[in-house]
Write a protein that binds this ligand. Structure first.
Ligand code: I3P
Length: 124
């Protein structure tokens, strides 16, 4: 009992490597740089880790890049990349991310789960 409050996300969809490129931050365009990120979906955030996190060490591992889903817009795009299976997430603070997987099944699984999280966290 007791102790320090730790970062303990409620995971909706866990642990997969996705290609991620952040193309805008606070409305400012950034150089596209695709990076393989260990991606975790919670009820209202996407967490991108540089290293694979074990389920048991999610709360103690390295700090993730956090994408807030409340008020975000998610859509498939064929214009912002030459890659296949790319979708885009725009946050309500003006950040834009491209997310990609070579497998359509993987990409669409994440797209569907993130869209649901966007819808339910935006309604809160
Ligand atoms: C970019 C790199 C990206 C590519 C991007 C290039 O070049 O090749 O992979 O995006 O295309 O500009 P660099 O490494 O020199 O920055 P895609 O793989 O998504 O096509 P873009 O400028 O048309 O976005």
């Amino acid at each position: 009992g007791g102790g320090v409050a730790v970062f303990e996300p409620l995971v909706e969809l866990n642990g997969e490597h996705l290609n991620v490129a952040k193309i805008s931050e606070s409305g400012k365009k950034q150089r596209k740089n695709w990076t393989l990120m260990w991606s975790v979906l919670t009820s209202d955030q996407m967490l991108f880790y540089k290293e694979r996190q074990q389920e048991t060490s999610l709360k103690t591992g390295s700090k993730p890049d956090v994408l807030q889903l409340c008020g975000a817009i998610i859509e498939w795009t064929t214009e912002k990349s030459s890659r296949k299976n790319v979708f885009q997430i725009r946050t309500n603070t003006g950040s834009e991310y491209l997310i990609q997987a070579d497998s359509y099944a993987t990409a669409s699984k994440w797209y569907d789960a993130i869209r649901k999280a966007v819808d339910s966290s935006t309604k809160l």
